[in-house]
Structures are given as structure tokens and as C-alpha cells.
Design a binder for this molecule. Structure first.
Ligand code: ATP
Length: 445
């Protein structure tokens, strides 16, 4: 066994751990998860000594150090795994190792999808559906990781939950070809194109900015974003045979956020040309019957599968979601623990910017596909994340809504006296002379 200086060979998972920052040893039996919940910013460092362990399908290399922060996730042992770890925030009571009984369903699904990929030029177009916190994202991530484990596939991961920041800041819907291994250390799955070098191959998401937090703040705009994204997806699948053959995995918002008669799911199925549906629920759940009845005639009952809610999936509250969103905004500008980026601050006059905001039913506006001009004041804009569009600065709102996104910026200061804004950009240069859209997200450095 490889060992680090200072490690007590007799340390086992049964020892009393009271929150020190020393190395400890843990054995995870085959088929079990170490369910980790890092509530604070304290770092967990782990190193696999032996065995095969995965995080959502991404295998951890033996003897490499992995660092984690503020995240709930499992380390799953494919084989008996021995590892060492240190973290001041974990104690004997918070080390939970449990058998995972739902992994077999994921293996079966993976092999079914693999069969489709091998026998067709067009890969499976899978949609994952379920109630809140049933494991939709965990399942999508594992299926994406497995797809590229043994073959040169590049599945397209489509995230339709704007509250969930994956490869982007929050507030977006996105489609990302998973072109290489995911970063096991990051809840955001890895880094997208950045202003610095990354350790792993960075991914290139296609992003549509919704900008609001919840879907019901403006459903018309949300579905307009999905329509626009589906055009980009169609184009990508048309020109890229590798992605086309690998197929798509579509991660949807919880069914409770969509309409009860499933018309909105139907719209997504049509737009993204879905041919396989995975429902995370029990067989006795009324959702399962409803989905089969509604979509069976169109997709065929053989293409609709239920999977029990994944083992280990934990409920997450708004505080946790916000902390993930905050982490993703920080990563966008400053990088992650092992990739430091250098954002660039520019000063601009009030007159140099045109900022719009989407209409929001919660602000007594009609939730239409419509933008309103934003008056520049500190209360409106201080610490706000804004999307920079490709539309010219003076473009009308209809053009701005249809425009793709160039990237995001952060307004760090609004100086009313001098009528100046200080804006943080991910790359050096001037602020592009483009129209911008205010998002609901704030980040205080
Ligand atoms: N085996 C496990 N052990 C511990 N935590 C887990 C496990 N599987 C998933 N989780 C965690 O449970 C939480 C909820 O899982 P996930 O995000 O996949 O559910 P979801 O259905 O997509 O949720 P939402 O409805 O909020 O989008 C996540 O923080 C995830 O990392």
C-alpha cells in the first residue's frame, strides 16, 4: 500500500475522528457509497490507495490527490477500495458508508444505450424526468461519463434546469458535448473555455441565457430559450457525426416545476426529438402511469423506463443550491482550486452600456418574451451578473432576445457621482460594445 509520511498504518474507519486535519484511512466495500456532505468551505483531500472508485461514473486515479469543497456527493466503490483522506470538518459521526442498490439499474441503462449507439448512426436521445431530488442530474452525469469510458463517444449533455449551474453560470439552459473525462472534483462537472490553461480538456457549452431564477417567473421566455437551444442542437447534430452517434442526455427540471398535464414535457420531447424517456420514480407512483399513458402512443411503451429514486440522493435546500451557484460564478471568473484564472476589470461610463432585463411575473409584469430597459442605479446593478449578447449595443429588444451569448460579466461597482461602472470580464480587453441582459444572480466578492 502506498502511504504518506505520518500515516498510522493501523488507522481504520472505526477510529474516533473528532475533526482534526490528519490523514485517515477508509475502506469502502465493493458496491457501496461513501456519502460525503461538505457543508463548509473546509477542504476534503483524498487519495486512493487501491481499488476502483468513481464519482458519478468518473474513475479516480490511484495515488492522485483530489480536493473537494462545499459539495454533497458519493464516492462509489466498483471494487473494494482503500483510500486515505483528511478534512477538518468530518468526524466519526459524519462518515457514512452505505450499500448502493440502484447502481445496477444505471449499468443496465448504460449497456442498453451502448447497444443503440453501436447499431445506429444516430445515438439515443434520452430525457431524464422525475420529481425534485430523485437523482436526475446524478443519473445524467453517470450516463455521460460511462458513454466515453470505453469508446470515443461525445454525448451531448443538455441541461434544462436554469437553477443548476453546469459548465455555465446559473440562469442558463445549455448543451455541452462531453468531449472528454469530467472533472470528478467539481459539482459544475468541469471547466468550460477559460482565460487560462486547464488541467483537463475543457468543454464548450452552447448556452442560452434565461436570466431568471425560477422557470415560473417567465415560462414563455424559458420555452423560447429551449426553442433557440434546440435549433443549435439540431445544427450541431447535423454537422458532427461523432456527437450524433453518441446521442443526447437531457436533464430536465423537476416535474413539479412543469405543468400537470405534461404538455410542457411534450414540447421538450418534440423540440429535442426525444426517443427514450427515463422516469425516476417507483412503479406505484402515479407519475409513472401518467407518463406511460401520455407518451406511450408516441414514443412506444418499450422506450419509456422507470428507475427507482437513486440510492443516496439527498434533499438539497435553497442555501445549498445558492452555494453551488455562487461557486460556479466564482469559478467562471476566478477558476477552481487547481486552475487560477485572471479576470480583468474595466471602468466604463453609464452612457457606454445598454442593459435589458427579462419581464418577470413576480414583478407584476406579464411573463412574455420581452425585455425592458434597465435604469442604471446601484440598487439595480451592484454585484449583478450580466450576459453580454452578440447584438449591437443599440439593437432593439427583439434582436437582443434572439441573440446568442458572448459571455458573462460582473458589475462590481456602480458609482453614481462619477456616473461610472466597474465591470469584471473573464478575459482582458475592452467591454464589447454589445447589448447586455441583467440576470437575477448577484455575486459579492
Ligand atoms: N449516492 C449518493 N450519495 C450521496 N449524495 C448523493 C448520491 N447521489 C446523489 N447525491 C447528491 O444528492 C443531491 C441531489 O441529487 P441530484 O441533483 O442528482 O437530484 P435531482 O433530481 O437532479 O435534483 P433537482 O430536482 O434539484 O434537480 C445532489 O447534491 C447529489 O450530489
Amino acid at each position: 500500500m502506498a502511504s504518506l509520511p505520518g500515516i498510522d498504518e493501523h488507522t481504520t474507519s472505526e477510529e474516533l475522528i473528532t475533526g482534526d486535519n490528519e490523514w485517515h484511512k477508509l475502506v469502502i466495500p465493493k458496491g457501496s457509497d461513501w456519502q460525503i456532505d461538505l457543508k463548509t468551505e473546509g477542504k476534503l483531500i483524498i487519495k486512493i490507495n487501491s481499488g476502483i472508485a468513481e464519482i458519478f461514473g468518473t474513475e479516480l486515479a490511484v495515488d492522485d490527490e483530489y480536493v473537494f469543497q462545499s459539495w454533497k456527493f458519493p464516492i462509489y466503490a466498483v471494487e473494494d477500495t482503500e483510500l486515505i483522506w483528511k478534512c477538518p470538518d468530518l468526524t466519526t459521526n459524519t462518515i457514512i458508508v452505505r450499500s448502493n442498490h440502484t447502481m445496477k439499474y444505471i449499468y443496465n441503462l448504460h449497456f442498453m444505450l451502448e447497444k443503440i449507439r453501436m447499431s445506429n448512426f444516430e445515438g439515443p436521445r434520452v430525457m431524464v424526468v422525475g420529481d425534485p431530488q430523485t437523482g436526475k442530474t446524478s443519473l445524467s452525469r453517470t450516463l455521460c461519463s460511462y458513454a466515453l469510458k470505453f469508446n470515443a463517444y461525445q454525448p451531448l449533455y443538455i441541461n434544462l434546469d436554469p437553477q443548476q449551474p453546469i459548465f455555465t453560470v446559473p440562469g442558463c439552459v445549455s448543451a455541452t458535448p462531453i468531449s472528454d473525462i469530467l472533472d470528478a472534483q467539481l459539482p459544475t462537472w468541469g471547466q468550460s473555455l477559460t482565460s487560462g490553461a486547464t488541467l483537463l480538456h475543457n468543454k464548450q457549452p452552447m448556452v442560452k441565457n434565461y436570466g431568471l431564477e425560477r422557470i415560473n417567473e417567465n415560462k414563455d421566455l424559458y420555452f423560447e430559450c429551449i426553442n433557440q437551444l434546440s435549433e443549435v442542437v439540431r445544427e450541431r447534430l447535423h454537422v458532427d457525426p461523432q456527437v450524433r452517434r453518441s446521442g443526447c442526455i437531457v436533464d430536465t427540471p423537476a416535474t413539479t416545476q412543469l405543468d400537470e398535464n405534461l404538455n410542457e414535457l411534450h414540447h421538450i420531447i418534440e423540440k429535442l426529438n426525444i426517443n427514450i424517456m427515463l422516469i425516476l420514480c417507483s412503479e406505484a407512483d402515479p407519475l409513472w402511469e401518467k407518463v406511460k399513458k401520455t407518451f406511450g402512443p408516441e414514443l412506444g411503451n418499450n422506450n419509456i423506463f422507470f428507475i427507482p429514486n437513486l440510492d443516496g440522493v439527498s434533499t438539497v435546500d435553497d442555501v445549498y443550491k445558492r452555494s453551488l451557484q455562487r461557486t460556479s460564478i466564482r469559478e467562471y471568473f476566478y477558476g477552481s482550486l487547481d486552475t487560477a484564472l485572471s479576470p480583468y476589470a474595466v471602468g466604463v461610463d453609464y452612457e457606454d452600456v445598454v442593459i435589458w432585463k427579462p419581464s418577470n411575473v413576480f414583478d407584476n409584469e406579464i411573463g412574455k418574451v420581452e425585455l425592458f430597459p434597465v435604469t442604471i442605479t446601484p440598487s439595480n446593478l451592484q454585484h449583478a451578473v450580466i450576459a453580454i449578447t452578440f447584438a449591437e449595443r443599440r439593437a432593439d429588444q427583439a434582436t437582443v432576445i434572439k441573440s446568442p451569448i458572448l459571455g458573462f460579466a460582473l458589475i462590481t461597482e456602480v458609482n453614481e457621482k462619477r456616473r461610472k461602472l466597474r465591470i469584471l470580464l473573464p478575459v482582458p480587453g475592452r467591454l464589447p460594445s454589445k447589448a447586455m441582459i441583467l440576470t437575477s444572480y448577484r455575486y459579492l466578492e
